[in-house]
Write a protein that binds this ligand. Sequence first.
Ligand code: DON
Length: 560
Amino acid sequence: MKRALLQSLAALALSLQLAAALAAEAAPGKAAIASAHPLATEAGFEVLRAGGNAFDAAVAVSAALAVVEPTGSGLAGGGFYLLHRAADGKDYFIDAREIAPAAARSDMFLDQRGDPVPGLSVNSALAAGIPGEPAGMAVLASKYGRLPAAQSLAPAIRLARDGFALTPRLHDALRGKQRQFAADPQVARNFLRDGAVPPLGTVIRQPELARTLQLLASKGLDSFYKGDLAKRLVAGVRAQGGIWTEEDLAAYRAVEREPLVGSYRGARIVSAPPPSSGGVALIEALNMLSQFDLTHADSALRKHLIIEASRRMHRDRAIHLGDPDFVQVPVQRLTSMDYAAGLATSIRTDRALPSQALSGLGPGAPQGPQTTHFSVIDGDGNRVAATLTLNFGFGSGRMIAGTGLFLNNEMDDFSMKPGVPNGYGLVGEEANKIAPRKRMLSSMTPSFIELPDRVMVVGSPGGSFIIGMVLNATLDFIDGRSAAEIVAAPRIHHQYLPDVVRYEPGALTDAEQQSLTARGHVLNASPRRWGNLQAVIWDRSSGRLEAAADPRGDGVGKVE
Ligand code: DON
């Protein structure tokens, strides 16, 4: 009897393995791309049609976004690429995060009394880390792609040289910066007309950026870091009071790291490792939530539990996360089920736990809608989840003379002083202190969520809001929602400090508000919606592909 049972179990295991192997071999046939701009999505498809794979498409989309969505990312910024290669079934992660220049010091944004100098870590040339995006694209193209990088850069070069029509989102962003940009001829000649933001549909040409991209196409993406361009970048940054050196650029390397892997209710979670806090926080929160029965919880209890898990994961982020090449990040512990189970014992279903009861770090502030994410899956089943950033909109809004490149202000993602919040209201401690050549902590969370029959490629901009958005997208995906529903879903957010629940218009019903308030949560209605989630879903069993761009942005998801 027992033997028979064992035999049938063995047979079952074998057929499951076979089914898994067959499923792993199946390819979608078509491709899907979701990005924050229709022309970037199109650039990706152009390269796929020319015989490129998802990794070539990722080079094309990244470069195109740097042209058509200059608020969100750029060649003088950085980012993370999470990859799945169908040929070996493995996941890879390219860390193209900026690093602090060698001359950076832990107190560089503080005055003589040790207080933060307002704006210095955001608005000055000192705010710029050494860029990583060109190095990340170089690894993508040379190690994973099929086409020469020059071919994948071609659509972006065309868009910069011949121009593109001004969209509502960029129009709004330019209006927000009009005064600063009108005073800077470098920026004004690309984006303004007679010092004013031109009407929607105006063709925006960026000849200097076209030349920079052309140079990278002819001399290779790595030529960003040496020779004439590097000299020009350093001179341009130093002329504005920055501290970059040619050695800093020459020393920059994109680093390939092991992606983080977790699981939740039968789903495999693949996400960004440190120096992103995203993967650790996402897995830690899901582990906490797995201690509860979310499926049968009413909607207010479900939201309460998500808020309580978010509070705890954001606290750990603040205390423990930083560049793993500089500090010991306890990744194993933070992502272990035992640890989450311990944390979850302090979660009551009937009451919020005030953040101050967890420990005392400083207060926080809201944030803006910049950075960019795109998701790709190609016909062979290769996948890319990429989140790229200059940090704030247009970075610091300063251009490097003659290059058409906006400077990032990523240095603000460091913790300039324990407990002092950064531009997203995030606090941090020693682990994320500024040090020469160190990577600043990030919240960017490019992720794959894999169920036995479905996979989602997902991510979003949104600063400190990113992790919560990807967490909610993950739960919605596991619940069977479509890509369009997932990106459109109204959002709520809690980041430990400030100890408030922010919610988008329509995200909480009156009954949910009452129920959460009765539990002790402080609710804070956000006048604006936030984020720009991009999701691609492949359903292996039906063969269906979906690509959806967040309706909050100008983006397009397309299947072809
Ligand atoms: O890496 C980070 O966490 C930030 N620099 C991301 C910034 C961002 O998403 C801006 N969007 N609001």
